[in-house]
Design a protein around this ligand. Structure first.
Ligand code: SF4
Length: 202
């Protein structure tokens, strides 16, 4: 198991354990906190399907044409894991744990299965990744889509960029208050993100 897999599995198991131990109603409270984020994700999904659905397919990562899903490990925030587990079935979480325990096979992401990503709500970095050839092709044909995409990138920051209180930071704080600690808690450990929070007085 690689270091990446170990960190991922450790965080997955911790979040799963803490979520299971929450008193009644708390999980629902967390799901409600995520409502705006989920709505944002649905809008991005619709956009991607409509403009990129016919371009992005499996042949891309199989031929290694794109960087999409073709690295062994992708950056995942602690909140990515929490959000995914909050809305996943137990069997889906078991599958993630199981692939993390297996030896990584080469160039592709450990989470990539035969029918795509095994996360129900994939990491935000993946959701917002578009390779340059795809962007160039689509935005040349549909200039209006480029401004829509830039607006999505701006909106993403409302959840992930800690120059204001954001969901990704709030979720980390919530788990820290329960005694949980993970190397994926970048909002509380990354010097760059800490500087942004400090500058904003957060
Ligand atoms: S987590 Fe999912 S979407 Fe992200 S790189 Fe891995 S397989 Fe692709």
């Amino acid at each position: 198991m690689s270091e990446y897999q170990y960190e991922q599995l450790e965080t997955l198991s911790l979040v799963r354990m803490y979520l299971k131990a929450l008193p009644g109603g708390e999980k629902e409270k967390l799901r409600l906190m995520a409502a705006d984020y989920l709505e944002f994700r649905r809008r991005v999904d619709r956009f991607l399907e409509s403009y990129f659905g016919s371009i992005c397919d499996q042949s891309c990562y199989q031929s290694r044409l794109s960087a999409c899903c073709s690295r062994e490990g992708i950056i995942t925030f602690f909140a990515d894991v929490v959000l995914n587990l909050l809305f996943s079935e137990e069997v889906e979480i078991d599958t993630l744990a199981s692939v993390l325990r297996q030896e990584a096979r080469g160039f592709k992401c450990v989470y990539l299965g035969a029918t795509g990503c095994r996360w129900r709500i994939k990491p935000i970095v993946c959701q917002m990744f578009l390779c340059e050839p795809a962007k160039t092709k689509v935005f040349r044909q549909h200039p209006e889509a480029e401004s829509e995409w830039l607006e999505f990138e701006r909106q993403r920051k409302k959840f992930t960029w800690p120059d204001q209180p954001v969901l990704f930071d709030i979720l980390e704080k919530y788990f820290i208050s329960l005694g949980c600690s993970s190397p994926l808690m970048y909002m509380h450990q990354s010097p760059g993100l800490l500087r942004i929070k400090q500058k904003a007085g957060i």
